[in-house]
Ligand binder design. Structure first.
Ligand code: ADP
Length: 243
């Protein structure tokens, strides 16, 4: 469904992605692991052009383009088929929970307001927040705010949801409720790419693990073999820290 090949990305003189390939099939839950600064977030952001990769190709269903040459039309098409969940939620503080969820539908996708509201309420029901429609983000816990972020992603019915460290801004006691929501989406067959440091969660939900270090994919495979039988020295060192 989705394949990125030979992705290179530099910030100034620093090459943070050094020729990365990643492939996602429908229903996959691809979890990207690796030490801080290894390029995980940058890779995720390149998928839907939040960052523009310098080099590499993208295949997303019928879209087939070069990152360096992608047209506005292709970029918009990719963005329509994907949704991003941000580490810091990315909510509008001056909009209610429901408005945060419907905004992308009404403004971005020109969905009539009535339908957007129905869709938004359904998405908020899914994350257990249908009793908070008129609240503002500041009136919610971090866990609730992130669940709004997830509802906003769900509302646009994307082919893939990209999660960028969705629980790393949360107090430890709020992590569980967000992981529970993502787990439920996983059970329903939602296609996702997840950058996380939650190892137990990764082991439980991932259909495929990608381990990055220093701008490269060092090792990848199914969760059981990755965690129980890592091959590369770099992977072993990384996993050691979580034992
Ligand atoms: P990870 O998600 O694995 O922690 P990142 O993709 O966030 O890694 O970052 C990889 C490297 O790229 C880091 O050295 C980071 O400082 C750098 N970097 C990320 N975003 C930018 C940016 N917008 N401008 C300059 N450097 C950046």
């Amino acid at each position: 469904m989705l394949a990125l090949k030979n992705i290179h990305k530099k910030f100034g003189d620093v090459e943070v992605l050094k020729g990365v390939d990643i492939q996602v099939e429908k229903g996959d839950i691809v979890v990207i692991l690796g030490p801080s600064g290894s390029g995980k977030t940058t890779l995720l952001r390149c998928i839907n052009f939040l960052e523009r990769a310098d080099e590499g190709t993208l295949l997303f269903d019928d879209i087939h383009t070069d990152f360096s040459k992608a047209s506005k039309k292709e970029i918009n098409a990719v963005r329509k088929k994907s949704a991003f969940v941000f580490q810091n939620y990315g909510l509008f503080d001056n909009k209610t929970v429901l408005e945060n969820v419907t905004e992308g539908l009404i403004i971005g996708r020109k969905v009539p307001k009535k339908i957007a509201v129905e869709t938004g309420i359904r998405a908020l029901e899914k994350v257990g927040l249908s009793d908070r429609l008129d609240y503002y983000p500041s009136q919610l816990s971090g866990g609730q705010q992130q669940r709004v972020g997830i509802a906003r992603a769900l509302a646009v019915n994307p082919d893939v949801i990209l999660f960028d460290e969705p629980t790393s801004a949360l107090d430890p006691e709020l992590v569980g409720e967000v992981l529970q929501v993502i787990r439920k989406l996983a059970d329903e067959g939602t296609t996702m790419v997840v950058v996380t440091h939650e190892m137990a969660f990764a082991k439980e939900v991932a259909s495929h693990i990608v381990f990055m270090s220093d701008g490269n994919i060092v090792e990848e495979g199914d969760a059981a073999s990755f965690f129980d039988n890592p091959q590369e020295e770099r992977t072993k060192q990384f996993l050691q820290r979580f034992r």
